[in-house]
Design a binder for this molecule. Sequence first.
Ligand SMILES: O=C(O)C(=O)C[C@]1(C(=O)O)C=C[C@@H](O)C=C1
Length: 363
Amino acid sequence: MDKKEIEARLKELRQEIDRVDRTILDCLKRRYSIVKEVGHLKRKLGVEVLDLNRERAVIKKILEENQGIFPENSLKAIFLEIVHTCRTAQELQKVAYLGPEATFSHMAALKFFGQAANFLPQESVLDVFEETESGRTKFGVVPVENSIEGTVSATLDAFSDYKLKVCGEVFIPVSHDLLNQTGRKEDIKKVISHPHALAQCRKWLRKNLPSVPVEEVSSTAFAARWAAVDPSVAAIASSLAARTYHLQAVATSIEDFHGNVTRFWVIGKESPGPTGKDKTSLFFSISDRPGALFEVLSSFAKRQINLSKIESRPAKNEPWHYFFFLDCDGHIKDQKVKECVEEISKICVRIEWLGSYPAGEEN
Ligand SMILES: O=C(O)C(=O)C[C@]1(C(=O)O)C=C[C@@H](O)C=C1
C-alpha cells in the first residue's frame, strides 16, 4: 500500500467507526426508553423497580456472550454504567453515604450504584441509618470492616436501633496519599486524617515526618477539605479526594501494609432475593451457660455452612453481656441456611436477621 492508499483506507475505517458509534448511540437510546417502559409496568404491578439480581444476570450474560473477545473488565465497567444509567429512566435512586464528598464510602457508593444516582453525604454512620430508615433516601452506604483495623463498631451497633437490612456488599481497596496544596513536604506543619488512616500510615509518618504533629478528624475527605483551605496542613486521603479538592500529592500509597481493603454494606428496607452466590448476616445473643455458643456454631458446621466472620460486641444495656455478629455463605431462602437459622433461634435469647445479599467482588 502506498501512502495515498493508506490514507484512503484510514478515512474509510474512520467513517466505519462513525457509523458503528451511531449504531451504539441508537441502541443506547432504545435501551433507555425500553427500561423506562419496564419501570412503568413494574410500578403498575406494585413491584420494586430496582432489581439487583436482574442487573447481575444482564452483566453475566453479556460477559458470557463476549467470550473474552472485548477486554472483559472494560466490558463489565461499560455495561455496569449502561445499566446504572438506564435505571435513572425509571427513578433516580437517592443514596446516603458517610461523607463528605470523596470518602471511601463515596467510592463504595459509586462502585455499587454507578455515576447516575443522587448521592447525599452524611456526617455520621448514624445519619446514614437515619436517612435510610426515614425513607428520605432509598439506600445507605456504610463501612463495616477494614482488613487491617477490624470492625467499624458504629455500623454494627446501629443495627440494634434501626430496622434496616443489608442489601449489598462492596469491597474497596484502600490506598492513602499524603496531600497538600503545593505537593511540597517542607510546607507541612501538621498531618490530619481519620484515626484509621493515621493508624494505617503510622510507620511511614514516623520515618518520613517524625517531628510533624498528627491530628485526628472525622474522615479522610474532611481532612482533604481542610487541607484545601489551610496551606500548613497535609491530609491523608484518597486519590478521589485529591481530584475533588484540587490537592497535590506529596507522596502516594503511603500505607504501611499494602492489600488493605474496606468492606462496605449497602443498607435499605429490603434484602434482595437469592442469586446463588450470597451471604447472610445475623446478630444474636445467647444465655450465659456452658456450650451455648458451641451449639450455635455446630448448627452451621453440621450443615457445611461456611462462616466468613464472627465477632462479639458488648450489649450496651447489660454489663458483661455480648451480642454476636455472624456472616455465613448462602441466602436465608436457601434450605440449609433457613433450617440452621430456625434451629439456632431456639438456642438464642435474641436473634435478628440483618439481611441476605449478593457477595461483593473483592477485586
Ligand atoms: O429488567 C428490569 O426489570 C429492568 O428494570 C431493566 C434493568 C436494566 O437496565 O437492565 C434496569 C433496572 C433494574 O434494576 C434491572 C434491570
